[in-house]
Design a protein around this ligand. Structure first.
Ligand code: 5BU
Length: 264
């Protein structure tokens, strides 16, 4: 399969997914294919970083269950900021259970489906636990949730997603559920389909590993060589003493890498 990318303008008109149309249009308007992973543990720290980062990023990725004082006031503020500054709210919940349990968790204590635009879902649970439940909420306008990202590859050392056939099976699940699967979390582009976006974590310009299994590589490797669309950067920005400087740096390098061959 030729997994090289189609230029953004073409992809915007090709995709039938309202979520991906929104994502691509945001990317173009903000000249950003940067998603910031804010893994802070208090709502105050997270909101402060959202305010700083909002103008530079396409999306803000959270782990709601890592925030010790998580509450509804927080998600209200987050949604207001997302609507004002224009970014996608991405909850990296990594759902991976029976469809029924996924559904309970989506609308459970954290009410994820009501504030997140997109959530991560493990392919390991199989097609039937993914399609029905996520589609039910993502296509219901009563919920903010509009799509899912299927985890086709993890960035961690020794991940079992590297076992033969895993990634291909994840791509097959995505192909069967195009109306609800917006794209993938992967290391290297996994599908040539231009309407499926490839988001990639494991990006850091100044470090290679955190000695807890994470594997980082640079933006050129992630975008230019591995043909991903969107880079997810966490500690490269959030552990820096000058986060705004880092946001500008990552955004520029990632955008240049994505658009350098776009002629349309
Ligand atoms: P980091 O600080 O750049 O390592 O942050 C990366 C973020 O992406 C962090 O929130 C992880 O939970 C998330 N992540 C990842 O690193 N690797 C993966 O394969 C997946 C998610 Br899926």
């Amino acid at each position: 399969v030729d997994c090289s990318r189609t230029p953004l303008n073409e992809r915007e008109s090709l995709t039938e997914s309202p979520l991906n149309k929104k994502i691509i249009s945001l990317m173009k308007n903000k000249k950003s294919n940067l998603c910031l992973a804010i893994d802070y543990t208090t709502t105050e720290q997270v909101l402060q970083m959202v305010e700083l980062a909002g103008p530079f990023v396409l999306a803000i990725k959270l782990h709601a269950d890592a925030i010790t004082d998580f509450n509804e006031e927080f998600t209200k503020k987050l949604v207001t900021m997302a609507n004002d500054i224009n970014f996608i709210i991405f909850e990296d919940r990594k759902f991976g259970d029976t469809g029924n349990t996924n559904l309970l968790q989506l609308s459970g204590a954290q009410k994820i489906a009501s504030w997140a635009d997109v959530v991560t879902v493990h392919a390991v649970q199989g097609n039937d636990s993914i399609g029905g439940v996520f589609r039910k909420l993502a296509l219901d306008p009563a919920y903010r949730l509009s799509g899912v990202l299927l985890i086709a590859q993890l960035s961690t050392k020794g991940s079992l997603t590297a076992l033969p056939g895993y990634t291909e099976s994840a791509v097959e699940i995505a192909n069967n559920n195009r109306d609800v699967v917006s794209g993938f979390i992967a290391q290297t582009r996994v599908s040539a389909c231009s309407d499926l976006l490839n988001w990639t974590p494991g990006v850091n310009l100044d470090a290679k590993t955190d000695s807890a299994g994470q594997q980082w590589r640079g933006v050129d490797q992630a975008i230019d060589i591995q043909q991903n669309d969107i880079v997810i950067v966490g500690r490269g920005v959030t552990s820096s003493s000058e986060p705004v400087q880092q946001l500008k740096r990552y955004r520029q390098i990632a955008w240049d890498a994505l658009t350098k061959n776009d002629t349309s």
